[in-house]
Design a protein around this ligand. Structure first.
Ligand SMILES: Nc1ncnc2c1ncn2[C@@H]1O[C@H](COP(=O)(O)OP(=O)(O)OP(=O)(O)O)[C@@H](O)[C@H]1O
Ligand SMILES: [Mg+2]
Length: 243
């Protein structure tokens, strides 16, 4: 089943006069995981905003082409409806955490989706355990470390159980142990049929990827198998990657 379809997507921010994304086209099926790599400023976060509807609903600019989430055009579907289908773990996890405690933050989105109280309780505890933050339950997210915030932001998205998840550099602040744990979660999500877009310029979770894109100045300049990328150091160096 086709979960995500992007057709000739171009995007220019309102404050700018040149496109940040240029002719992005791809599709992802149920259970597929796409790795996206690219240097700073190449448009990875902007692409993630387009996939989940933050662009054009929240951030303005000129959007051409279209993004279909489970067949729904993001332009024509309200953001609250898209959040039930596609979740995003933002690059800056602090933006995502608004409530006085970690528990409240995970509960917040679930309550907005009108789930029964028992189901909410069960999901909160299950996701806290999954990402390894049970001990942070009563903490104020503002007072957590960068990596801890990243784990809480992950939990808020996982608790919603969306059919598609976008991870924008979600392993960037995690220690080795936490990163391994989250990569195992990604692997399990894949087995359960969740479609994933994993943005990570270090390719830390590359074993999860089914395919990979290299984004350069807003264009997909390589698409294919991760094995090719890993085995062709020369090609990578040409594009200024040093794995
Ligand atoms: N709100 C905005 N208004 C205008 N230009 C923006 C805005 N946000 C980002 N840009 C520009 O768009 C380009 C792509 O930014 P983006 O954040 O998508 O890159 P990125 O690949 O995620 O980078 P990084 O690896 O540093 O996270 C950059 O040149 C940036 O300056
Ligand atoms: Mg980014």
């Amino acid at each position: 089943m086709e979960r995500l379809k992007v057709e000739h997507l171009f995007f220019t921010y309102e404050a700018s006069n040149h496109p940040v994304l240029k002719d992005i086209t791809f599709k992802l099926l149920e259970g597929e995981a796409l790795g996206v790599i690219g240097l700073n400023g190449c448009g990875k976060t902007t692409m993630s905003y387009c996939l989940c509807g933050i662009i054009p609903h929240y951030l303005k600019g000129k959007l051409e082409g279209r993004v279909l989430v489970n067949g729904k055009d993001t332009r024509e579907t309200p953001l609250y409806q898209l959040t039930t289908e596609i979740g995003i773990v933002l690059q800056d996890p602090g933006i995502q955490l608004l409530m006085p405690t970690v528990e409240d933050d995970i509960a917040f989105a679930l309550e907005n989706h009108n789930l029964p109280r028992e189901e909410i309780r069960e999901r909160i505890y299950r996701t806290m355990e999954t990402v390894g933050i049970t001990g942070l339950k009563d903490e104020n997210p503002n007072n957590l470390s960068g990596g801890e915030k990243q784990l809480v932001a992950l939990a808020t998205v996982l608790a919603l159980n969306p059919s598609i998840i976008v991870f924008d550099e979600s392993l960037s602040m995690l220690d080795e142990l936490a990163a391994r744990r989250i990569i195992a979660v990604m692997q399990r999500l894949k087995d359960e049929g969740t479609t994933q877009v994993i943005i990570d310029h270090t390719m830390k979770g590359f074993e999860v990827y089914d395919k990979i894109f290299i984004l350069e100045e807003g264009r997909i300049i390589y698409r294919g198998s991760k094995d090719f990328v890993l085995q062709n150091k020369e090609f990578l160096r040409e594009h200024r990657f040093f794995f």
